[in-house]
Design a protein around this ligand. Structure first.
Ligand SMILES: Cc1cc2nc3c(=O)[nH]c(=O)nc-3n(C[C@H](O)[C@H](O)[C@H](O)COP(=O)(O)OP(=O)(O)OC[C@H]3O[C@@H](n4cnc5c(N)ncnc54)[C@H](O)[C@@H]3O)c2cc1C
Length: 392
């Protein structure tokens, strides 16, 4: 397939690239490029810079403060942002609960939450998974029992990314125990500082606090904070991904990483490190895979923009995208070689020899292992493709 940008799309891409060149702080971009953590303050500032331009919420309609862009524009924007090493904004607010509030929220809920998400005044995290409910999400047990104008919530959520930074959490809770699993779930918006909420850290094996477990003990949540109808939370949860379901290829991220791979190869050569020539062939092979993934993704996005109903094909993008990130990680790790080792110069007094670009390669490699699980595991994607795409 050939995909050429139209003149309008090319202008749009140039406008975004110019904006990034002039507005993205160099210090923040340098951190993202190295794989170092960006602080909440830095991400807040960047969110506000984009909001001032009207570009913070590419997935939202204009009347709610979004861009109203189509999927291809969103793809181009995302690729340009990642190529410039801009930090990604909070997906929980902008891509998940924001669109759900737009679709299912009351006018009061929309007026209350949407401007705060846009301005990074309010950060959400996602309370779906539970110790006994992951792939089989409909078996959530955290319960919400009505008491006057409130629900009383008891239970716990696990693998909650970013709960330590979040002000609110959106949760799937069981409000009806009498009906079939999916039919007894409601969707609540909950202030994470409410009495009875406890957030405990969970650390990944790269030493980072990637998740939390969130406990609820008799937490009172006003009924007015339910999104959508009672016992219809499954509908909200399903639609929550909305178009985001189509944006799962990680093409923009893998393009950025391919640039890092090429830089690393060159830097090692400049340092005089003898690496096997075959490594260049491996980089080329990954680039071909990336090109195929991008073409498939663009084909699906173009069809969706033209009004086609997209079935389960995005599961292929999710699967191939996460596999490609991990293949790139493995290669980068091999190119970086011993420089990925932590340094201890306390005994020798020697100056550190690790270049900055090698510092977080190992950590990133471990972090990205989670991509095959988060957002629906690879096994589950295989099941979906087998049944719904291949008809097996
Ligand atoms: C980096 C990361 C961030 C996350 N962030 C969040 C978050 O912010 N909020 C949140 O709510 N959750 C989050 N999660 C949790 C994530 O959604 C779950 O891990 C995921 O849904 C899988 O559930 P589980 O861990 O309970 O595994 P299980 O569902 O118990 O699966 C265990 C294994 O069995 C396999 N399996 C399960 N069902 C089937 C089947 N039908 N056929 C074949 N194989 C199957 C799975 O593929 C997996 O290998 C995050 C996970 C990761 C890795």
């Amino acid at each position: 397939m050939r995909f050429d940008l139209t003149p309008e799309q090319r202008l749009f891409k140039e406008e975004v690239e110019t904006f990034l060149r002039t507005h993205l702080p160099a210090a923040v971009a340098a951190k993202v490029k190295r794989g170092a953590a960006v602080s909440k303050a830095e991400l807040t500032d960047w969110t506000r810079t984009l909001d001032a331009k009207g570009w913070a919420a590419p997935a939202w309609p204009v009347e709610h403060g979004g861009t109203g862009w189509n999927l291809i524009q969103r793809h181009l924007f995302d690729v340009a942002c990642r190529a410039a090493h801009a930090p990604a904004l909070s997906g929980f607010g902008f891509n998940m609960v924001g669109p759900a509030i737009i679709k299912f929220g009351t006018p009061q809920q929309q007026a209350e939450f949407l401007p705060k998400i846009l301005h990074a005044d309010l950060w959400f995290c996602q309370g779906y998974s539970e110790p006994q409910a992951g792939s089989d999400l409909a078996s959530v047990r955290t319960r919400a029992d009505k008491d006057g104008d409130d629900y009383v919530v008891n239970g716990s959520k696990i693998w909650t990314s970013g709960a330590e930074l979040a002000d609110w959490i959106f949760c799937l809770v069981r409000t009806n125990h009498e009906v079939q699993q999916q039919k007894g779930i409601s969707f609540l918006l909950l202030d994470i500082t409410s009495p009875g909420v406890t957030v405990k850290p969970l650390y990944a094996f790269n030493g980072k606090r990637l998740w939390n477990q969130v406990f609820f003990e008799d937490v009172r949540v006003p009924i007015a904070q339910r999104l959508g109808d009672e016992d219809r939370g499954w509908t909200v949860a399903k639609s929550l991904l909305g178009d985001e379901r189509l944006m799962v290829s990680r093409v923009s991220e893998t393009k950025r990483m391919l640039g890092l791979l090429k830089d690393a190869l060159q830097e090692q050569a400049e340092r005089g490190v003898m690496l096997p020539e075959s490594l260049q062939n491996e980089v080329d092979a990954l680039e071909i895979r990336l090109h195929a993934l991008e073409m498939t993704s663009l084909r699906i996005l173009t069809e969706a923009d033209a009004g086609a109903q997209i079935g389960a094909e995005p599961s292929m993008l999710k699967l191939k995208g996460s596999e490609l990130v991990q293949a790139q990680d493995e290669l980068l790790f091999r190119i970086v070689d011993y420089l990925a080792l932590p340094q201890d110069s306390t005994n020798t007094g020697a100056a550190a020899v690790n270049p900055a670009w090698a510092e977080f390669v190992a950590s990133g490699r471990y972090h990205h292992r989670g991509y095959t699980i988060a957002g629906g595991s690879s096994e589950v994607q295989h099941n979906i493709i087998a049944k719904q795409v291949l008809g097996l």
